[in-house]
Design a protein around this ligand. Structure first.
Ligand SMILES: C[S@@+](CC[C@H](N)C(=O)[O-])C[C@H]1O[C@@H](n2cnc3c(N)ncnc32)[C@H](O)[C@@H]1O
Length: 485
């Protein structure tokens, strides 16, 4: 490879306008992170590389890519770059930056990538790309916005600019094309991103996931990075092992990586197509063995059906004849405290033909609060509901801020309720949940998407928990590790 004059060092835009910065999602990739991302592309000897950089900013990502190419590491026959940038000031920097790479053919498009890419896809006017490197803008797309309509015309249904950029880039790639993107990990779960996950999983193979997390208490992973993930996809690739790497921050000084089968990332039979990002191997080997879905355990999860403002006339402050217990999260502070005298929430609901369909038969249940405060030690807080707390009650009401784990709308075997609660209260579930969801809310879909030990293991765990008055977090975590390894 011939040597080319060194481009000038990456310049950061001077004094960016903060309003425009937020509106256009202008968060530039630092050089070390850009180099890591560029480093994820496998060499492709003799290929005529055509790189897409959408929302290119001042060109950090393309620069890192072209530098690797110039060092001869990617072994391409030639390289061209097509970059899209909407902001004229950044575009000026981008132009200067990329034209400094002699030998690379550079095209810079002024304008809105979504609009231009959707037109290209509709008219078939773009040369397919062999590579794409993205740190796209993040912003919600309104359901009736022009962006949403343009995307719909090319078969893309999605709710945020970042997923729109990735979906368009996938559509613009040639078969075998490689894409590396730094994106929020919110797409990995939740119902809004399901069409995007389906789009991605049906057209590409996930080859690499990198996440930022600390493996020791002493080093906290970078807060901003922690919400993000780096993903490498191969268009039309055969499903195969997925490399998962982690590091505390963008210095990548403590990088570790391990291989997982695709089944461990996207669980077979999961209609939600959640993308599970396993933790670093030395943290939880047992996790790899936890592959049962809640449905395989024979348990369902529902949101508490009593929506109090709709049933106001049937609510009662205190238990009374003809009324049954009603449970709110307030009743579940460190165990079940019912009835709560002088509390702000009702304790009972009248049992009649109107409320009947919102009530569960009294029995053992495991309930999980939907909301926990940021200060609470765990996001997932599970409690066993024991019918002995409600002598004489035939039915139970669960308010809408609770999730209820049940068996076909009936109670659970006692040991299973205890096993589920112990498991859901483990450090491992909490860590998984935080990794996989940026929200403090825990919804029924989230609980359905978690991995679980088998029903037999949960029953054993429950029997163990029932024998003890109480267990420390470490004891629970150790017992789960013993059972699942
Ligand atoms: C998160 S920044 C990243 C910039 C660059 N890729 C990097 O990694 O440093 C996203 C960039 O997308 C640009 N952008 C935002 N909306 C755009 C759109 N609709 N079309 C093209 N570029 C857009 C912003 O101006 C910003 O430069």
């Amino acid at each position: 490879m011939t040597t080319h004059p060194k481009p000038r060092p990456q310049s950061s835009p001077t004094a960016p306008d903060p309003v425009r910065k937020a509106a256009l999602g202008q968060f530039m990739t630092p050089p070390q992170l850009a180099r890591f991302m560029a480093g994820l592309f496998p060499p492709a000897p003799g290929v005529k590389c055509h790189l897409l950089d959408a929302g290119a900013g001042a060109g950090a990502l393309s620069s890192a890519f072209l530098e690797r190419w110039q060092r001869g590491e990617l072994e391409f026959a030639s390289a061209s770059v097509t970059a899209y940038e909407i902001d004229p000031d950044l575009r000026a920097l981008l132009t200067q930056q990329l034209h400094a790479y002699a030998g690379a053919d550079v095209q810079i498009h002024a304008g809105d990538f979504i609009e231009l890419a959707a037109q290209d896809l509709l008219w078939g006017t773009s040369e397919p790309f062999t590579h794409a490197i993205l740190n796209p803008p993040y912003r919600k797309i309104g359901s009736h916005s022009p962006h949403r309509l343009m995307l719909r015309q090319v078969g893309i249904e999605t709710v945020n600019l970042y997923s729109a950029f990735v979906a368009l880039a996938i559509a613009l790639l040639a078969p075998g094309g490689q894409l590396v993107a730094l994106i929020p990990r919110s797409f990995c779960n939740g119902p809004y991103y399901r069409p995007f996950r389906e789009f991605l999983l049906s057209r590409t193979a996930i080859r690499h996931l990198h996440l930022f997390e600390s493996r020791t208490q002493a080093f906290k992973a970078d807060d901003v990075l922690q919400e993000n993930i780096i993903i490498r996809l191969e268009k039309g690739g055969q499903p195969g092992p997925v490399t998962v790497s982690t590091s505390t921050d963008a210095s990548f000084a403590d990088l570790v990586s391990a291989e997982y089968s695709l089944d461990q990332i996207v669980l077979p039979g999961d209609s939600e197509r959640f993308i599970h990002v396993p933790a670093s191997p030395e943290l939880h080997t047992p996790e790899q063995l936890l592959t049962a879905m809640l449905a395989e355990v024979g348990v369902q999860v529902s949101t508490g059906p009593v929506v109090d403002f709709r049933l106001r006339e049937h609510l009662r402050d205190s238990p009374e004849a003809g009324a049954v217990p009603l449970l709110y999260p307030a009743h579940l502070a460190g165990g079940v405290n019912w009835p709560l005298a002088g509390g702000r929430k009702p304790n009972a609901i009248v049992h009649n033909s109107e409320t009947e369909k919102w009530l569960y038969p009294t029995g053992f249940y495991c309930v999980v609060k939907r909301l926990t405060s940021k200060e609470e030690a765990r996001r997932v807080v599970a409690t066993v509901i024991d019918p002995a707390t409600f002598p004489g009650a035939e039915k139970l009401g669960f308010e809408n801020h609770l999730n209820v784990l049940h068996e076909r709308k009936q109670g659970l075997p006692e040991a299973l309720a205890h096993g589920l609660a112990a498991y859901l209260n483990s450090t491992q579930v909490d860590r998984d949940f935080r990794r996989f969801s940026g929200h403090t809310q825990v919804n029924a879909t989230d609980l359905r998407g978690l991995k679980y030990p088998s029903r037999a293991q949960l029953l054993e765990l429950g029997a163990w928990a029932m024998e003890r008055q109480s267990s420390t977090q470490d004891e629970i975590d150790e017992r789960i590790a013993e059972l699942t390894t």
